[in-house]
Design a protein around this ligand. Sequence first.
Ligand SMILES: CC(C)(COP(=O)(O)OP(=O)(O)OC[C@H]1O[C@@H](n2cnc3c(N)ncnc32)[C@H](O)[C@@H]1OP(=O)(O)O)[C@@H](O)C(=O)NCCC(=O)NCCS
Length: 226
Amino acid sequence: MSPTLRTHNEESPTGARLKRVPTERRQIVAFATRLTKKSAYFSHSSIKFLPKMTAIEIRKISLDDLVPLQEISRQTFQETFAAYNSPENMKSYLKEALSIEQLTAELEDENSAFYFALQNEQVIGYLKINFGAAQTELKESQALEIERIYVSKEFHGKNVGQLLYDKAIEIAKQKGSEYIWLGVWEKNSRAIRFYEKNGFVEFDKHLFKLGDDEQTDLMMKLKLNR
Ligand SMILES: CC(C)(COP(=O)(O)OP(=O)(O)OC[C@H]1O[C@@H](n2cnc3c(N)ncnc32)[C@H](O)[C@@H]1OP(=O)(O)O)[C@@H](O)C(=O)NCCC(=O)NCCS
């Protein structure tokens, strides 16, 4: 009989050795059991702590959404710019540019469109695009302007900005636009990088007034392949 097939009941001149075999086996089994329990614990806890991967919905905004639109607009504007501007200038911008009256007028403009990004019905970002006369500059009929693309800070880097951006591209293609353009504050490095990686190139600069502070926006454009 081959030594590997012996059991601990067998007699052998090297009994001690034979006894060690089952001991080692028990240790191996015990170790394997601990390991299995441990990995089961880890996999269980990983599942428990994994963020819920719920789908993001992009939905057109109507006048009924005015209040959540104002909320997400104010929240994201503050998150993005409060650290770089005086409280007075922030307050005056929020009061004028993001008032219920102003947002109502923009929602009613047939040359503008707004879209929410939602997760579990919670608004986590939004997009505003302009065509024709609603564009803040240029106003060329074959162009589409991305005026605002804002995502809640906790959702940056999670593809939400990209989904809103993709919606703008989809609409621009449906409308037969030749190019998309936008203005972005020259110090907003994250947004500039986001547009650059989507193929935008700088073509001009313009002034943007935040309260009494004049800031420089880079104007960027992307030619569309139709
Ligand atoms: C602009 C915005 C929609 C982009 O969405 P996002 O999910 O943050 O975009 P991504 O993470 O895919 O891309 C950001 C890029 O900037 C990079 N980045 C991050 N911080 C940066 C910084 N301080 N400087 C330069 N690049 C930076 C990221 O690494 C990433 O590039 P990569 O994919 O090559 O690594 C989002 O950041 C946002 O809502 N910002 C606040 C509002 C805003 O500024 N809107 C634009 C107004 S014009």
